[in-house]
Design a binder for this molecule. Structure first.
Ligand code: SF4
Length: 311
């Protein structure tokens, strides 16, 4: 998942790190317009689920909480399990990832529904499964077992990937710096964001984002989200962040892939400028007295559907 094979590293070194690195949009150089006093979250700025951005207005202005749906709960469960495995799979010295530790932790979860449930409990996830069981009218135990089987497949894929690739990434190309780290975007007129993993490949910082939807051709909006995290991180820490990595462990939003699809990219000027432009657009929407009109498509899977229709 967050491990990088020799082939992936070669792509990063040959195709991405060789790009023209003249970045003129750095987080530490940007001054925000504090007069706005509206600070949309980074994921709301980069999210394009609702084509009119009505969803952002409903959440940020009307204070409507999304109802859990299957995709959201699966995403949350997947994040918690992967977080646990990698957080507990590093050597204490210098944050290096440890193959044996990761595999041991991962196998224990993949083979025991009880252990799986315990980790979800520790990470405050069981209430989401309870809510979904009520909404879907499915017994809690059945839902838990379904999620366990689905997660086990992802974990087993990851164990296989680590066993096959680890020798080529030893020597510690990837160092784990932080996992599930909050980043404060307020210095740039944005809200908070949560970075899945901050790693380091030699001297370059890389931000990873784990996606539980399906990949798109360009993954443009997912890349915008990472650009937002990078700008916020640069603004707070004064350290450049040039690399992004998207990881998609699922096929068709349902089935775990045997090898996660990964998209590594350089966080270039175009992404940075587009994210800042989009931030202005979302702030202007949030300043209005009424929400944008309804979208023409995508509503079937929207977690705000009920409230949106009643407004
Ligand atoms: S239900 Fe449709 S219009 Fe309403 S927020 Fe969701 S996607 Fe947008």
């Amino acid at each position: 998942m967050y491990s990088i094979s020799k082939r992936e590293l070669k792509t990063i070194e040959d195709d991405i790190l060789t790009e023209n690195k003249s970045i003129d949009v750095r987080g530490w150089d940007i001054e925000s317009n504090k007069a706005d006093d509206i600070e949309p979250n980074i994921s709301d700025i980069s999210n394009n689920f609702c084509e009119t951005n009505r969803d952002v207005y409903l959440k940020e202005v009307e204070g409507i909480e999304p109802k859990p749906n299957e995709a959201m709960v699966k995403g949350s469960v997947c994040h918690s399990i992967i977080k646990y495995i990698f957080e507990h799979g590093k050597k204490f010295q210098r944050g290096k990832l440890d193959k044996q530790k990761i595999i041991k932790k991962a196998k224990k979860i993949a083979q025991s529904e009880k252990r799986f449930e315990e980790i979800l409990w520790e990470n405050d996830q069981l209430n989401k499964i309870e809510d979904l069981s009520k909404i879907q009218n499915v017994p809690y135990d059945d839902l838990l077992t379904e999620l366990f089987e689905w997660s086990s497949k992802i974990i087993e894929n990851e164990i296989e990937h680590i066993e096959d690739n680890w020798t080529s990434i030893e020597g510690n190309i990837l160092q784990l710096k932080k996992i599930e780290e909050f980043v404060d975007g307020r210095g740039l007129g944005m809200g908070w964001g949560r970075i899945d993993l901050i790693g380091k490949i030699e001297d370059d910082i890389i931000i990873f984002d784990l996606k539980t939807g399906k990949p798109y051709k360009e993954n443009w909006y997912s890349k915008l989200q990472i650009a937002g995290y990078a700008l916020a991180f640069e603004n707070k820490e004064g350290i450049p962040v040039d690399l992004g990595g998207l990881i998609f462990p699922l096929d068709d939003e349902k089935l775990p892939r045997s090898t996660p699809f990964k998209d590594f990219f350089y966080i270039n000027n175009e992404l940075r400028k587009s994210l800042l432009k989009r931030k202005e657009k979302i702030i202007n929407i949030l300043k209005k007295d009424s929400p944008p009109k309804k979208a023409k498509k995508g509503c079937k899977w929207c977690s705000l559907k009920g409230e949106c229709n009643n407004l």
